[in-house]
Design a binder for this molecule. Structure first.
Ligand SMILES: [Zn+2]
Length: 330
């Protein structure tokens, strides 16, 4: 399978995140890069598709904020990465403040997604990597893999969170529609609900979104991903902690049947390896050997497929998990 990656994605290097009440080493760290690159073999670097595909999904104000936030943080005399610490409650009227702390809270929903000196650069090239893999599928590849990092599925039109800054799955869905695909399906199989993707596409008729994830009553991102949010083009299939392949497979069958009924011309898979039993921040019980059969079932839809990388933090197992998933598409 053709795989895409840009070395500039490596430069995003968060030192820490707030987790379980303390400053904790960042789970989404650079060690994930070599784990995956070492397992997937050769990769192709993307062309530069520019800012326009990003602006089809994210607001100009949010993109400008992302580009400028770290410089503003430094101008305010701060060391280290930029973190938000105060947030507007849903329904508060929009206000514009000069102070970086207000902007950080305005455009973020958690404290685990810091902005460092190279975050914009890495997130921008991660998008270009996804668009290059999409291009490969649009010109005839049955499937292609974009090693997108940092991840994307928690990022909404005007917010970051969950280690995500720009939403690759959404940007590629919009790019595919702009290129003439009439209908796109997104299947999210990360451990966590893809809240950003859901928010971006809720109510649309040309994109359907199905997500299999940990029940948000017990797991991040808590405020999205509940079963009763399923309506129209959205299908949420929350599963309890400790789910193994048997329970997971039932949900996958349901998601694939639902997706098939929308007759998509392109499938985008948000793949997270944090469903693995060894993942340090997640609680499913999938094994490395489960990923190839899982991928084969997705491939059996027979729809051209772009795979983008989301989470996966068990670094020792990460390469094998990604390789097994991609092997299922061969
Ligand atoms: Zn995740």
């Amino acid at each position: 399978m053709r795989c895409f990656w840009d070395e500039r994605q490596r430069s995003h290097a968060p030192a820490a995140e707030f987790f379980n009440g303390e400053l904790h080493p960042a789970a989404e760290h650079q060690g994930r890069v070599d784990a995956i690159l070492g397992a997937i073999g050769s990769t192709e670097a993307p062309a530069d598709y520019g800012i326009e595909p990003i602006l089809r999904v994210h607001s100009r104000a949010y993109v400008d904020f992302l580009r400028e936030a770290f410089a503003q943080w430094r101008s305010a005399g701060r060391d280290g990465d930029a973190f938000p610490y105060t947030f507007p409650i849903v329904g508060r009227r929009p206000l514009n403040f000069d102070r970086i702390d207000a902007s950080l809270g305005h455009f973020s929903f958690d404290t685990s997604t810091p902005i460092g000196e190279r975050t914009w650069d890495a997130a921008y090239w991660s998008v270009q990597t996804a668009l290059a893999a999409l291009d490969a599928v649009l010109v005839g590849e049955r499937a292609a893999f974009a090693f997108t990092r940092p991840p994307g599925h928690h990022a909404g039109r005007n917010y970051l969170g969950g280690y995500s800054y720009l939403n690759h799955a959404a940007i590629c869905a919009e790019a595919a529609l702009a290129a003439g695909k009439r209908s796109v399906a997104i299947l999210d199989v990360d451990y966590h609900h893809g809240n950003g993707t859901q928010d971006i596409f809720a109510g649309r008729e040309d994109v359907v979104f199905a997500s299999i994830h940990a029940d948000p009553r017990t797991d991040y991102p808590f405020f999205w991903g509940h079963a009763d949010e399923s309506r129209g083009n959205i299908l949420n299939l929350p599963l309890p902690r400790d789910t193994e392949l048997a329970g997971y497979g039932d949900a996958l069958t349901q998601a694939l049947d639902w997706i098939e009924r929308s007759r998509p011309r392109l499938l985008i898979v948000s793949y997270g390896a944090d469903t693995h039993e060894a993942d340090p921040i997640s609680h499913f019980k999938l094994k490395t050997s489960d990923y190839a059969p899982m991928a084969r079932r997705i491939a059996s839809l027979g729809v051209p497929t772009l795979i983008v990388m989301e989470g996966g933090y068990a670094v020792d197992a990460l390469g094998a998990n990604v390789a097994a998933f991609l092997e299922g598409f061969e």
